[in-house]
Ligand binder design. Structure first.
Ligand code: NAD
Length: 485
């Protein structure tokens, strides 16, 4: 049974919010699921103050890194013990199939394990300056890490930033998305269960324009990790710039798979399944464009449409196991936006081989959609739909494919399908993107750095590389009285 009212977590206590409770809707039914406390600017200030106090007390940075890392890992262990409960509420909150929620929770657990274990291995360097000096660097936490989370993978994305933030001894203030806040409460409970000190983890839900804007503009945050749209990323970057606060920006994408003439279409179709229909396509790194060699185009379109038609679309709670199923989108507003983009694409000459319409039932459902005959310069080819909509574009040679792939404002990820490794690497190196998948969309893991080129953002999350964004380097140079050999 779902709790009816969910609070924020500030300074080690569950609290109400000054912006009043918000009704949280189950997008698969339109019913009110629960009420969430909403933070106002004063609550954000309280959370930042608590995090600041925690940081300045030295309790996190004085801990031996292996002990701090163990606490981070313990958060993950606690979450894994509550995974079924979290997955169920998550699915009711966001609409994705239950098996996808379980996968998201497992991904979050991996971040706590991975960064927990890594806490003890972050090291500075010593720099030779000749006999009269000893010089070395320390990697110090920024202090207060502010983190703004989107609604599409709210649990996993918050986990990746909290785990990296705590592993490097930062106190975290996490602004969770107002469309999907419920599961994040379990991150607060995990921090409590792991015995983290008050203020080390603060979980606060609020409206973007109110709580999010207050956090980004706050004078006493030291670092910002923002994941969301380009439009909001620009606002956050501008607000943090006024206080010279560095950012990691993980923004949107319009990523292309290049399917060469010798591609194994079985592999390609498996990648289409996950690439554009996972989470109803509401994935920043979704395969939203398939660029297909002209000689394989008809075969590809037929098989992609067959795949799309095979998916059973319905409430996520009915799908506990991986299979041919897809859940609802996050809201009717997002669904209607995606449907309108499809309708305009058809007016511009695209052909919906299948899908493109909302389902004739309650809930935020859109048919899995394959759009063929998409022009590379059309709106649908350039705009992030953030829905289960694959645009298919024909190409004739590698140069043309790369040119089309690189023709959007984004550069998040890309994919290349061919058994010819020389061709795969040559295409990969020419594609503009922070991560290129060869022969399997989403190949990688928590270990692999993730982030964008172009308007997809800057900085990297995931992998060892991400930790560099959570620490600042202090160089210490010692003048020695006696020259050392
Ligand atoms: P969004 O930009 O609308 O919201 C993201 C977060 O920012 C939310 O918590 C929101 O409340 C907050 N926000 C809104 N206005 C704000 C403001 N003025 N100041 C501060 N915070 C504010 O994005 P969304 O709709 O939640 O998520 C979808 C977008 O996120 C897509 O573009 C998607 O591609 C992107 N995304 C990127 C990644 C990545 O890792 N690169 C991952 C997931 C989603």
């Amino acid at each position: 049974m779902t709790a009816s009212y969910w609070q924020n977590y500030i300074d080690g206590a569950f609290v109400d919010g000054g912006a009043g409770p918000l009704d949280i809707e189950n997008p698969a039914t339109g019913e009110i699921l629960a009420r969430q406390a909403l933070a106002d600017a004063a609550d954000i200030d309280a959370a930042v103050t608590a995090a600041r106090r925690c940081h300045e007390s030295g309790v996190l940075s004085a801990m031996r890194p292996c002990d701090r890392g163990r606490k981070v890992h313990e958060m993950g262990i606690w979450i894994s013990h509550h995974a079924d409960e979290i997955a169920e509420i998550h699915t009711l909150d966001v609409g994705k199939p239950l098996w996808e929620s379980k996968k998201e929770i497992a991904g979050a657990v991996r971040y706590f394990e991975y960064y927990g274990q890594m806490a003890q291995s972050l090291e500075g360097t010593s720099i030779p300056l000749g006999g009269h000096y000893l010089d070395f660097t320390l990697l110090e936490p920024y202090g207060v890490s502010a983190q703004i989370i989107p609604w599409n993978f709210p649990f996993e994305i918050a986990a990746r930033s909290i785990a990296a933030g705590l592993a490097t001894a930062n106190a975290c203030v996490v602004k969770t998305p107002e469309l999907a806040p419920l599961s994040s409460t379990y991150l607060a409970r995990a921090a409590e269960a792991a015995g983290l000190p008050p203020g080390a983890v603060n979980i606060v839900c609020g409206h973007g324009h109110e709580a999010g804007a207050a956090l980004a503009a706050h004078e006493r945050i030291d670092q910002m990790v923002f994941t969301g749209s380009v439009e909001t990323g620009i606002k956050v970057a501008a607000a943090t710039a006024r206080n010279i606060v560095p950012n990691v920006l993980e923004l949107g994408g319009k990523s292309a798979a290049i399917i060469h003439k010798d591609a194994d279409l079985d592999l390609v179709i498996r990648s289409v399944r996950m690439g554009i229909f996972l989470n109803s396509g509401q994935v920043c790194s979704a395969m939203s464009r398939a660029l297909v060699h002209a000689s394989r185009h008809d075969e590809f379109v037929e098989r992609a449409a067959e795949l799309a038609r095979s998916l059973v679309v319905g409430p996520g709670i009915e799908h506990p196991e991986f299979g041919a199923n897809m859940g609802s989108m996050i809201s009717q507003k997002q669904r209607d936006r995606a449907e309108n983009l499809c309708a305009r694409a058809e007016k511009e000459g695209a052909r919906a081989c299948t899908g493109g319409r909302k389902l004739n039932r309650e809930g935020a459902f859109l048919e899995p959609t394959i759009l063929d005959k998409v022009e590379p310069e059309s709106e649908i080819a350039k705009t992030e739909v953030f829905g289960p909509v694959l645009s298919v574009i024909k190409f004739h040679d590698e140069n043309e494919a790369v040119k089309i792939a690189n023709s959007t404002q984004y550069g998040l990820v890309g994919g290349v399908f061919t058994p010819d490794i020389d061709l795969a690497l040559s295409t990969s190196k020419r594609m503009r993107g922070g991560q290129i998948f060869i022969n399997e969309w989403f190949a990688g893991g928590v270990e692999t750095p993730f982030g964008g080129y172009g308007k997809s953002g800057y900085g990297r999350e995931k992998g060892r590389e991400a930790l560099r964004n959570y620490v600042q380097t202090k160089n210490i140079a010692i003048r020695l009285n006696r020259e050392q050999g």
